[in-house]
Structure formats: C-alpha cells, structure tokens
Design a protein around this ligand. Structure first.
Ligand code: DGJ
Length: 715
C-alpha cells in the first residue's frame, strides 16, 4: 500500500514501512525503512530537523548528515553520491528538488531493456517521484514498488536530460538508503573460481567506506551483487537485517559508507568504474532494479523473503514454477573425449537408475577436441556425432530421456570459421592485439548484428533438434573494452538475446553458467530459473558454497551435481552418500561417467533418485532454515519446511570426525509446534515443539564428511 500524507510518502509491505518525506526546501529525505509503522503524518517537524542536522537557512544549507533518497554530488553533501552528471558547465555539482509524483495502483515498475520483477498474481503499487535540477536541466525519476505480501522495496532511477546540450552520466546508482542508526555490520559475498560467494562479515566503523564492487565484465566470481547490513547482534535467527540485491549481470557496485557521526549510507547499482553514458537533449538513462529487503528475524528471515520473491516474481520461464528434471551431464564424465555411442550408453544406464534428462556439454561442435578452437561455429562435429544433434537427440529420446545441450554463445576462438569471417565481431580496441583468455575472445554484444547472429545460431539448433534444455556458459572476463560504458551496452545486448530466445523457445529450460558460478545473479535468474553454482563439485566445498549462495538465492536456482570421487577439482575422497545428500538441497543431478559405476553404486544412485523425487517439490518451494554454519563450526546443517508446515527435510554434515566427542543436538526450526511429525524412515513420532526445543540427536557415522538426512511428515 502507498499512503500519501501531507509531504510524506509511506510504502507499506507485509511487515515493513518505507517512509519518504519532502522537506520545506524540497529535498527528498529518507525517514524510515524497517518494521511497519502506523499510518500517520511523518512530515518533518523542527525537532526532527535538528536531530537530522539539516538546516534550511539559505545561508547555511547543510545536507552532509541528512538522510536522503538520491543524494547529489557536491551540494553540501560530500559522501558518495547516488548519481553524477557532467553538466553543461563542465562540473558535476547538482541539487535535486522535488517536482512531482504519481502513484500507480496494481503496477510493478519495469526497466527498459533490463530484467526486473513482474507482478504476476500479487498486489503491488508503484510510486514515481520526479526530482529536478533546474540549473543544469536535469530530471531524475525515482521509482519505488511495494508488494502487499512481501517485505521488499524495488528501486530504480531514470535520468533525463532536459537541457539543450549533451550531458554525460558518470554514475547512476539504482538505490540509496541513509540509515541514521549506528553500529552496523556489513555482510558480503566475495570469492573466486571454485570458491564462489564466501559469507564475509565486517564491522562498519566511523569514517569507513567499503566498496563491494566488480568490474570484470560479468557480475563475477569475485563479488556477488548482493549485500546485507545488519545490527551488530544480528545472526541467522534474530536481529534487524537489510538486504540489497541488484537485478544485473554486469559490472556492479554496492557501497557502504559510515560517516564521522556513524550515519551509514548504502548505495547499490552500476559500477561507475569506466562508466559513462552520454545523453543528447531529451534522452534518458535507466538504471537496473535493486531489491531492498528487511527482516527482524536475522539472515534467515531475509533469505526466506528473497526466496519467495525470486521464485515467484523474477523468472518468466514456464519452468520457474515446475519441478526440474533430474539430469546427467557428461562434462566431468568424458570432458571432450566422447562419441555418439558413448553418450547413448551413458544415457541408457542413466535411464535405468531414474535420470530424466541427458545433457551434452562442451565439445560437440566445429572441430573442438579441447578448448583451443571452434567457439562461434555452432555446427555439429560429425566425426564425433555422425547423426548430428537432431539424430543424437532422437536416440537419447528413444532411451526415454529428454535431451539438453551446452552453448557458450558469447564467445569466439580465433581458430574458428566465425572469427576468420568476422574478426571485427570480437571485442577489441584499435592497434592492440585482443587479449585471449582460455584461448578465446568475447563477441561484441554491443553490436546488434552480433546479437542477431547468436540468436539465429542457437535458435536454428533449437528449431531443428528436440533440445529441451540449454546450458548457457560464459568462460572469461571482459577485457579490451573499447569505450567507457561499454560493459553496460554489452549487457543490454545480452539481455536482448536472452529475451528473444527465451520467448521464442518457451518450452526450453535454460540453465545459466559462467565457469561455474561466475554469473550467479538475479539478472541471469530472470531468464534461467537455475544456475550451475560452481565448477567445484566437491561435496565438502559445496557445503560453504551452497550455504552462502542460499542467503539470497532460492534452492530452486542452485544447481548441484553428484560427481566422481576422488573429486576432480580437489582430489578429495567422499562417500557417494555424502555427495548426494549435499546435492539434495538444490536442483539435483549427476555429472560423472555412469557407465563406469558398479552395480552396487548404481543401486545406491537409484535409491538417491527415489529419495530426491520425494523431496524435490519441498526443496523447490519450501522455507529454508540454515541450522549449522560451516563458516564457524565443524558442521553444516539446513532444513526446508513446506509452506503448510506438513513436511520438513533436514540435512546435516559433520565435516571432520572427532574422537570422544559429543555432537550437539540439532534443534529444528519453522515447524508447527502443535503438530506431531513422524520420521518417514523410522516411523518415530515427535512433537513439533519437541523437535524445535529439545532437538534431535544427530546420527553421524565414524568417518569424515559424514552426513545424514531426515524427512518428517506431519501426522
Ligand atoms: C565451464 C562450466 O562451468 C563447466 O561446467 C563446463 O561446462 C565447462 N565450462 C565446459 O567448457
């Protein structure tokens, strides 16, 4: 609901309020974001002004500590601004004052050319506030959407050149929140290839500015576009926490700044590094959408809220709200070394244990027997696959499995027919040899002709063969950017490609991938409801990776495969049971040479698939509770409870075995205290209150990496 009261705009979600007021001078002041407030007039009164250290005396304007909605550069506030435009006078000083507003019922704000949340069957309202800097001829439209049943505020902004001359936008964040409470921590998710999204928590101290950004082209392994600020005492279950998630797949920045008085500013949006967008008179620039969330139930509260929002209102794919097929992918099973016979054998064996989808990974096209060549040439390698993709798909279908295919459409190898024909299609700068990475170059998606090529190349294969799943890979960072703002132009091209292909092939399940989880972001999730989480498939490493990925992103987006032991990335040996039980908390599959597994192992795999089939709906749609953190203990545990609290799935791992040591009881969460729950395996019955207050004794085996799972059903 959006309430306008005098000079106050009050957005109310399920349990939250977001209050904005316009002060006497016309500055747009942030008043409250947090727990729901009553409907009253929050117009700024004098004592509040003093408290906020804001002065309106013409000779003494002082915005430096004022909480503002979209702070400008240089006009008495010297903290990081939400936007910067180089104006006709050659400087970037600006001041935005309130001009106008409109409230749109039944509406979720859209952002031109970029993915954003949609309304679906929810009730939502949007407020647009137009601010204006008359001196330089600039309008900025701030957009806020609130859903009645969620605790999120969507923010984006539009910068409009109202002057007669060209104007350069040098930075344009999507959202800014100025908190006037002290003592916050910042949580963010840095990482690298094979160790994505490490849960990292630091204190925000006086005078500190922490820049959580990435400028590697894609949203990146190195830093995820999701951050949280929280009270110092906040933990998994309690405390006030604010989440900031950007729906964007390119260079991003989230900045947390604590001023000399302890005021904390968080801004999130496009990374201003190497960014510039020139606006002719009358033109406008739109920022991506940021999703701001609040919970007073700790990080777990933020997660459950974000999971609902991203599961229901982000991805438009027909697969978003369907159970996904259990797949087998041949990558770690064969790498480039396969032929048709081998693949069909794998599919046959996989079918016998209950797998539903066979995915052919890298190496099926051009003359690609290693990663040196052929990206860009999306034509089947007939030496390996004499029946072509169409024929192979038919053979796999005849075995009773659906067929899926890997592409890396944004890339080109210099050794490819495409590059020989169109060397100018690779991203490059004049007079410099473009820099290779994994022997490949990136295609210039800022060029419409290149985007059309990709749409046609991928599209013609999807038209020709019965391919119902696509793994869309992206395996290098972006260098050699020819001009400032290039990265954003590229990302707009990428979104056009995704938009076209996903609309044209609505039956196809797309899975995002970028050397594992290098582009695990809400922008990619808008087109593909699942993403390959990490190239590190070791079950023990996956504890941390999946734990921290789940803080923002739902389990329905986290692709998790059982791979061979010893693990290919680490050499670690883990039981097949552990590998499967870790992977249950996501979109489950296998990625190994199943033809090399013993009958005994295949029997175990069959049982694993039977078990996952029992919980997959629950995992995809339920509420997640993280119970034990691998970041600060020798354990990792999580639990998923169905929305009606009739079912709960519990997982726990003791990472290293310990002698003469009593493992603590595990207290479940989120159950109905008044209900009785039966352990689906043993039939033992427990009260919901008993499971949550007394907990259960864990049943680890005497070995490292011991896991167990339990399924409870309400009686
Ligand atoms: C990187 C991906 O993350 C892997 O799963 C695999 O598809 C390889 N690329 C193939 O080159």
């Amino acid at each position: 609901m959006i309430i306008k009261n005098n000079n106050t705009f009050h957005l109310q979600g399920k349990n939250i309020s977001y209050v904005i007021t316009v002060n006497e001078a016309g500055d747009l002041i942030h008043y409250h974001f947090g727990k729901k407030l009553a409907d009253r007039d929050y117009s700024l009164k004098n004592e509040k002004l003093e408290y906020s250290l804001i002065s309106y005396d013409e000779n003494n304007i002082y915005l430096e500590t004022a909480a503002q909605e979209y702070p400008a550069y240089g006009y008495t506030d010297l903290r990081t601004p939400a936007y910067k435009v180089r104006n006709k006078f050659g400087n970037s000083v600006s001041r935005l004052l309130f001009k106008d507003y409109s409230i749109m019922e039944d509406c979720v704000a859209e952002v031109e050319g970029m993915p954003c949340l949609f309304k679906g069957d929810k009730s939502a309202q949007t407020l647009e506030i137009t601010l204006c800097d008359e001196a330089i001829g600039l309008d900025v439209v701030l957009s806020y959407t609130v859903f009645d049943e969620y605790d999120v505020i969507l923010r984006s902004s539009r910068i409009i050149n109202k002057s007669d001359e060209e104007m350069a936008v040098e930075s344009a964040y999507s959202a800014c929140v100025d908190f006037d409470k002290n003592d916050y921590d910042l949580v963010y998710f840095p990482g690298a290839w094979c160790r994505e999204r490490e849960f990292t928590r630091v204190s925000l101290n006086l005078g500190e500015k922490i820049d959580i950004s990435n400028a590697r082209g894609g949203s990146g392994h190195a830093m995820n576009p999701f951050v949280m600020v929280c009270e110092r005492a906040a933990n998994e279950k309690s405390g006030e926490v604010y989440g900031f998630s950007l729906i964007y797949s390119g260079n991003h920045s989230s900045l947390a700044e604590c001023d000399q008085y302890g005021n904390v500013r968080v801004i999130q949006g496009l990374n201003p590094y190497e960014f510039q967008w020139n606006l002719e008179s009358g033109e406008q620039f739109s920022t991506p959408q940021a999703v701001l969330s609040y919970s007073n139930c700790g990080f777990g509260g933020i997660s459950r809220g974000m999971h609902d929002v991203y599961r229901n209102n982000l991805c438009r794919s027909s697969w978003a709200d369907k159970n996904r097929p259990i797949l087998i992918n041949n990558w770690e099973g064969t790498y480039f070394d396969f032929n048709e016979e081998k693949l069909v054998d794998m599919a046959k064996k996989a079918k016998s244990v209950g797998v539903e989808l066979f995915v052919l990974d890298d190496g099926w096209f051009g003359k690609r027997d290693d990663d040196l060549s052929s990206l860009g040439d999306w034509v089947v390698n007939k030496k390996k696959l004499p029946s072509g993709i169409k024929g192979l798909a038919e053979k796999i279908n005849a075995e009773g499995l659906a067929f899926g295919l890997w592409f890396e459409p944004e890339m080109v190898n210099p050794d490819s027919d495409l590059y020989r024909k169109h060397p100018e299609w690779a991203i490059q700068v004049p007079n410099m040899k473009p820099s290779l990475c994994r022997h490949q170059l990136m295609l210039d998606l800022a060029n419409d002709a290149v985007c059309d090529y990709i749409i046609n190349a991928v599209g013609s294969i999807l038209e020709d063969a019965n391919v119902t799943y696509v793994k869309w890979d992206y395996n290098r960072m972006m260098n050699d950017m020819p001009f400032k703002g290039y990265n954003h132009k590229y990302i707009l091209g990428l979104y056009r490609v995704f938009d076209t292909l996903t609309k044209k092939f609505p039956h196809v399940l797309f899975e995002g991938c970028a050397s594992g989880g290098g582009r695990f972001d809400a922008g990619i999730l808008a087109y593909s409801p699942q993403i390959w989480t990490s190239d590190n498939s070791d079950a023990v490493s996956r504890l941390k990776i999946q734990y921290s990925t789940s803080v923002c992103y739902p389990l329905s987006s986290i692709s998790a495969h059982v791979t061979a032991s010893p693990n290919h990335q680490l050499g670690r040996i883990t039981p097949l049971k552990t590998r499967a039980e870790v992977a249950y908390a996501g979109i489950f599959g296998y990625e190994l040479d199943i033809t090399a597994m013993s009958d005994e192992e295949c029997e175990e795999v069959k049982k694993q698939i039977e078990f996952y089939n029992k919980i997959k709906e629950l995992v995809r749609t339920g509420d997640l509770y993280r119970l034990q953190s691998p970041y600060d203990s020798n354990y990792c545990g999580w639990q998923v409870v169905s929305k009606d609290k009739s079912e709960a799935f519990l997982f726990s791992c003791r990472i290293l075995s310990q002698a003469n040591f009593k493992d603590a009881a595990i207290r479940l969460d989120g159950l109905d205290a008044a209900k009785e729950y039966a352990d689906a395996e043993t039939g033992d019955v427990f009260g919901g209150d008993e499971l949550m207050e007394k907990g259960i004794r864990p049943v680890y085996e005497k070995q490292d990496f011991s896991t167990f799972v339990k399924l409870y059903r309400a009686k």
